[in-house]
Each structure stands twice: as C-alpha cells, then as structure tokens.
Design a protein around this ligand. Structure first.
Ligand code: SF4
Ligand code: SF4
Length: 163
C-alpha cells in the first residue's frame, strides 16, 4: 500500500517536471495581452467633444466631466475617472463615437495612497476663443457649401437689363 502511493506520487512529480512550464517570472517576464484587453484608460483630449455620452453610459457614475462653452462648441476642461468604482465593463469606451476614449494594456494601477487612485485624464483651461483650426474649418465648410439657388427668372432679368 505504502509502496504504490510512493510510486504514484513520484510519477506525478516526474510528469510535472518534464511538462511545459506555464508560470511566468513576473515582472521580468510578462504574458502577451490580447488587443482587446481592458487596462488603464487613455483619453485623446483633442478628439473629445465633451458630449457626455461616456459619462451617461457608465452605470457606476465613474466619469466626471467639466466643460465650457467656447464659441458654438463645448470644450473639455476636466476629465476625471473615479477608477476605484470602475468595473472595466467598457460601456464608456463603446459609447464614444469620436474614438477619444480607449483602453490601454497597462494593468499596473496600484497606488500607495487612496487619494492618488483617481485618474485625471485631462485638466486644462478653456481657450478664450474658438481654436483657429476649428473656426477655419467651419469657414471652409461654409465656402464649400453650395450657394443658394437664384429664382429662375432672376438671371434673365439682369441680362435683359444690361442689353
Ligand atoms: S468601464 Fe464601465 S464602470 Fe468603468 S467607467 Fe466605463 S462604463 Fe463606467
Ligand atoms: S470621451 Fe467620447 S463620449 Fe466621452 S465626452 Fe469625450 S467625445 Fe464624448
């Protein structure tokens, strides 16, 4: 009885010793993460239009957005995530139709102090005027827009007046 148990145990030991190792020596080694990994959030503040879709999509009210009206548009001034309440469900990222909010592959978000856990992804003052690029693009769009059609008789009347 004792001898059988010992042989079985040794068989398992030898099998596991020769099997492929799955343990990774973190942090020297890391397993590759999939492309759709839900890690730390990244925000491209220049793409963000402060539409609040992500904040409204979040069931835990994690996202706090501050915005200011500049010209005709809303301008993002502050974007804070109370990440301690986040469950990384991805609803906010899916709701962003500007591709401004994304997941990265960074998972190491531990902090020594609780006060440092929150993620401030944007904190900037609003410009006094609408950025020149956007104002310029609006003007270009106006130029490109087709001119309103004249009434059918208007052109012929002017031509008749000249002759
Ligand atoms: S991942 Fe889910 S819980 Fe976290 S901020 Fe986005 S919507 Fe909210
Ligand atoms: S991150 Fe996307 S959804 Fe959220 S406010 Fe900015 S543009 Fe809107």
């Amino acid at each position: 009885m004792f001898g059988k148990g010992l042989i079985k145990g040794l068989q398992i030991t030898w099998r596991e010793m020769l099997a492929q190792k799955v343990t990774v020596q973190y942090p020297d080694e890391q397993i590759p993460l999939p492309d759709r990994y839900h890690g730390r959030f990244e925000l491209d503040a220049d793409k963000c239009i402060a539409c609040m879709l992500c904040a409204n999509a979040c069931p835990n009210k994690v996202i706090q957005i501050e915005r200011t009206r500049v010209g005709k548009k809303q301008y993002l001034t502050k974007y804070v995530m109370r990440i301690e309440y986040c469950m990384f469900c991805g609803l906010c990222v899916e709701s962003c139709n500007q591709d401004a909010l994304r997941f990265s592959k960074v998972f190491n978000m531990n902090q020594y102090f609780r006060s440092r856990v929150r993620l401030t992804l944007a904190d900037r003052p609003a410009p006094a005027e609408e950025p020149a690029e956007e104002a310029g693009s609006e003007q270009e769009a106006k130029k490109k827009a087709p001119a309103p059609k004249k009434p059918a008789g208007a052109g012929s009347e002017a031509a008749a007046g000249k002759s």
